[in-house]
Design a protein around this ligand. Structure first.
Ligand code: NAD
Length: 279
């Protein structure tokens, strides 16, 4: 039996992140959009990064502003160093600082191994891994410049890397994607170790199967849905809000002692459900 109940929208404490400035990459769609909205509901001012579909990004920013916080849409390709630097510089100039980075932008270019082109491999690594490296590096410079402001947060800054269950689960036909998320895992832990003494917290969220445009084919038909649900002990496909809630919590002082952790938000997908009745 699978629950189709809507994800609750109003469970986020309204002042949890009051006074903080958050940057969410790839925030005009899917998980990034839900996360940007969630951070706004929690009282943060939010920059909505996008690389395409400006109107969609501006709509997200308008919706966030309706919660009574500041929001703006900034264009930047996260895989391009000069664009990332310009985006973070602009955020510091217009919003004053950066307290939270959600390095979310990501994509897939799927192919069987020997059919995969170097361009497909490189594009996914450039956006999913190098993009997170660049955004994290620039945000860290700002966290370090500003330091801890106790009335805003106990830490100097928070980075939440959007990973995937495929940082752990191998995935045939997606070697570029799985490798990029495996890289995110080790990058996140290494940054967490290096930056913790400066009171910068780096963590990751690893979503399972979430209903967004990136994996439309995996849930759009009843047959595909049935196949997918076999991999999910909790017996429902995730909503973008499931991920947003995890990110808001991780970015807040409720989780101030959580450093270098991956929070799997996957309905139990990483519990190897194939072994539930055998093995
Ligand atoms: P999505 O396609 O809706 O969102 C991805 C966003 O990233 C889009 O807004 C896209 O424009 C943006 N983006 C792509 N390239 C970019 C670039 N170069 N610069 C800036 N932005 C760029 O898909 P989603 O499911 O919301 O994915 C968000 C993140 O969640 C990704 O990192 C993805 O790997 C991860 N994820 C998703 C799922 C899932 O089931 N949907 C599962 C695990 C992990």
């Amino acid at each position: 039996m699978s629950s189709t109940a809507e994800a609750p929208q109003d469970v986020i404490p309204a002042r949890l992140l009051q006074g903080q400035k958050a940057l969410v990459t790839g925030a005009n769609s899917g998980i990034g959009k839900a996360t940007a909205l969630g951070l706004g509901r929690a009282g943060a001012d939010v920059v909505v990064n996008y690389v395409a579909h400006r109107e969609a990004a501006e709509e997200v920013a308008e919706q966030i502003a309706s919660f009574g916080v500041r929001s703006a849409a900034y264009e930047a390709d996260v895989s391009k160093e000069e664009q990332v630097v310009a985006m973070t510089d602009r955020m510091v100039e217009e919003f004053g600082t950066i307290d939270i980075l959600v390095a979310n932008a990501g994509l897939q270019r799927d192919a069987r191994f020997t059919e995969m082109t170097l361009a497909q491999w490189q594009k996914v690594l450039d956006v999913n891994l190098t993009g997170q490296f660049l955004c994290a590096r620039e945000a860290t410079k700002e966290f370090r410049r500003r330091g801890v402001v106790p009335k805003v947060s106990r830490s100097a800054g928070k980075i939440v890397c959007m990973s995937s269950v495929h940082q752990l689960i191998p995935w045939s036909g997606h070697v570029n994607y799985a490798s990029s998320k495996g890289g995110v895992h080790m990058m996140m832990q290494t940054l967490a170790q290096e930056l913790a003494p400066e009171k910068i917290r780096v963590n990751a969220v690893a979503p399972g199967a979430i209903k967004t445009p990136i994996n439309h084919d995996a849930w759009a038909t009843p047959e595909a849905r049935e196949d997918l649900l076999r991999l999910i002990p909790y017996d429902r496909i995730g909503d973008p809000e499931d991920i947003a809630h995890a990110v808001v919590a991780l970015a807040s002082d409720l989780m101030d002692y959580v450093v270098g952790t991956t929070l799997y938000v996957d309905g139990g997908m990483t519990l190897f459900p194939g072994f539930a009745t055998g093995g």
